[in-house]
Design a protein around this ligand. Structure first.
Ligand SMILES: C[S@@+](CC[C@H](N)C(=O)[O-])C[C@H]1O[C@@H](n2cnc3c(N)ncnc32)[C@H](O)[C@@H]1O
Length: 262
């Protein structure tokens, strides 16, 4: 089936700087969260891994170190990173990891003959934003379809992302945050940035836990493991978010391990 063009927006330089620092500081702790999965693949020969939105490559390098330094009993590992933006770190790439500067919209064209044992999408899905909230959700469904198609039947799709559960309507916080962050009025952009919205002016689309589970179900993906992340406690900030974003629950860095239901 032919896919519609999604026209996902690209992050800006402000975000790029922030994400590079964040990835550098969190790559090893992120790797630890996936240890149980990595263990399962450590003796596999010709292991193929894809990191979608792999940014500056610190996580991909941590993966390579894991398999090279005793984590792997098998031979041959290929790690691919696809990101819309090329970070400076890739200028000194040692060639062991393949970086592809492209949007995930092109995944099917990029990998016509390849399938992967493990596909990572860490803190990236909420950046797949289109022109409207509805387009964005449609895009997220299409991309999940493309990724599922690239996963081996015994492979694992590993996502780290947030849960933003709404009050009254499950999707309310998702819709409101999308509307606020995609607003381009300069004064509002600088206000939103001051209250930690790095994506102000570009847009961001967080999903609730129920939205994630519906997304997986509709693509025949089974949740093999779900490690729920830090639940933001009741604080003044959460009360304000609750009122303005109709946000009931915010959970950071949830790790979702998925398998195909074949
Ligand atoms: C918040 S960073 C996450 C980086 C890293 N995965 C981590 O966990 O630290 C999101 C990354 O996704 C990339 N990204 C956003 N939309 C993309 C798209 N449509 N195609 C490819 N990469 C995308 C951004 O360029 C950015 O580097």
């Amino acid at each position: 089936m032919k896919q519609d063009a999604l026209s996902i927006k690209q992050i800006n330089n402000f975000q790029k700087q922030q994400y590079e620092d964040y990835e550098r500081n969190s790559a090893n702790s992120l790797l630890k969260k996936y240890t149980s999965i990595l263990e399962k693949f450590k003796n596999k020969n010709n292991l193929k891994i894809l990191d979608v939105g792999g940014a500056s490559g610190y996580f991909a390098q941590a993966l390579l170190d894991y398999f090279d330094n005793g984590g792997g009993g098998g031979w041959g590992i290929n790690i691919f990173v696809v990101d819309y933006v090329m970070y400076d770190t890739w200028k000194t790439n040692n060639g062991k990891i393949t970086f592809i500067e492209s949007s995930v919209e092109k995944l099917r064209e990029l990998f016509t003959h390849e399938t992967f044992d493990i596909i990572f999408a860490n803190r990236v899905f909420h950046h797949f934003v289109g022109k409207t909230w509805k387009d964005t959700i449609k895009g997220i469904y299409q991309i999940t379809g493309s990724i599922t198609g690239l996963l081996k039947n015994d492979g694992c799709f590993c996502i780290t992302d947030y849960f933003y559960d709404g009050y009254f309507f499950d999707t309310s916080a998702s819709r409101i945050i999308y509307a606020f962050t995609s607003c381009k009025i300069p004064i509002l952009v600088s206000i939103f940035r001051k209250i930690e919205a790095k994506s102000a002016g570009v847009g961001v689309c967080f999903l609730s836990k129920k939205m994630w589970l519906r997304l997986f179900e509709s693509h025949g993906l089974i949740v093999d493991n779900l490690y729920e992340g830090y639940k933001c406690k009741k604080s003044l900030r959460m009360i304000i978010y609750g009122i303005f974003l109709l946000l009931k629950n915010l959970q950071e860095d949830n790790v979702m391990i998925l398998k195909k239901s074949v």
